[in-house]
Ligand binder design. Sequence first.
Ligand SMILES: [Fe+2]
Length: 525
Amino acid sequence: MRDEGPKRLSRRRFLTIAGGAGAAAIATQIPFARATPGPLRITGYPFSLGVTAGDPTPDGAVLWTRLAPSPLSGDGGVPDVTVPVKWEVSKNDAFSQVVASGEELAVLGDAHSVHAEPTGLQAGSEYFYRFIAAGEASPTGRFKTAPAPGTSPSNLVFCFASCQQYEHGYYTAYKHMANEGQLDLIIHVGDYIYEYGTNLYTSTGGNPRGHSNREIVSLADYRERHAQYKTDPDLQAAHAAAAWLVTFDDHEIDNNWAGEVPEEGMPHDAFLKRRAAAFRAYWEHMPMRKAARPTSSGIQVYRRAQYGNLATFHVLDTRQFRSDQACGDGSRSGCDARLDPTRSLTGNAQEAWLIDGLDSSPATWQVLANQVFMAQQDNTTGAGESFNMDAWDGYKANRDRLLNFINAKGGLNPIVVTGDVHANWAADLLADFSNPQSKILGSEFVGTSISTTGDGADTGNAARLTENPWIKFNQQQRGYVRMTLSGTECRGDFRVVPYVKRPGAPISTRKSYVVQAGHPGLQDA
Ligand SMILES: [Fe+2]
């Protein structure tokens, strides 16, 4: 089954709510409206990829859309013209209390993406937004600004997700995430797209839908892939439901890439061109700041979001600055290079930035939005050991420096949220993993995939838990994790769907843990 094509979501609903007269008045002010004759006319609904907010601050956020009436065509269906795009932020979804508005110019060089950055909003408040271009109104999105500095809201609810191979299943989990209601944030920790050609990986026993193009290499390829993913109505619903805080992992560029090193076979210069194209398309399709626009030297993805005195979100980039995987990657035993203190997962600058941010944070909780498994995980049952060279285990000295700082500082309440491995896991982070009785410093919640590897099963790897006693839970269905933070407690709910190869699965909470502030360690909820 191929993808279902673009959906218009709530546009009709919006037009009804806003009132026909208002919408008509708006349309007459916009150049290149449907009624405009001549070659500049845009044919088709321009907001086929939906809308999203991102990177909230106490007084604003980024508002994103991309004009693409033909999402899978090279230019998205918009010719090489500059299109004015109006945006509005309102206290209600009827847009009768507009508190901020402006205009951005969408240009072909940015794939007609829009990254509007309203300011002057009230802290800790809910807002609604929309775009208007070419006589059409976008779907309505919602977000909340971050709390004011120095304040501590009674709680903060966010969901985090990862790994959404479009071919492997439907994004039913996102539909449920959109319906969680009142989310402060949605965090994506990577594998938002997959780079593979059409249906190369059918280990799911048959994929329900397919990629539109070959393995993606060029800027046009990456744009088409992002656009195809964003046509999904469930993904669009989650994007419209809350502000997102995004970071990439490997598949946004190339499986298991590391710094300037591709997975396999590509000449260095060609890989750098490919990486630059991937970064560019990523920024164009994500609600990231204009200041994060990639340059010739890379993209700034590691950053923080401050939620008053309740939480600091440290968003990591564990791909762009890492040393190449040790011992040829994969799961390895006896690999001394993984212990080499000169090798790094984060790069030295990001490591210093992270430790500095932990040191100076005013917040109760330190949330690390992280890509790959941080807790040690020995993959060999019984005698002997083997570790995943692509995860923090492959960069042990880097992890030791981070955990040693957390141990020495004390009271940080670190909560690591992770993706990558297409299964749910919960683990404690120890001062010394070689001694299971050593001090617990924090906890890691590893969220399963949204769709990657298909339906999955309600099973877990019991031998792995026995082998690694700080790892408390493993389960292998699809879904996401909902996190609720208060001044005294962090709760994580593993939300799962029983199938993704057909639409319509229900959602349920498979397992919950709590962590008490000041008392590190997972407790059964
Ligand atoms: Fe993945």
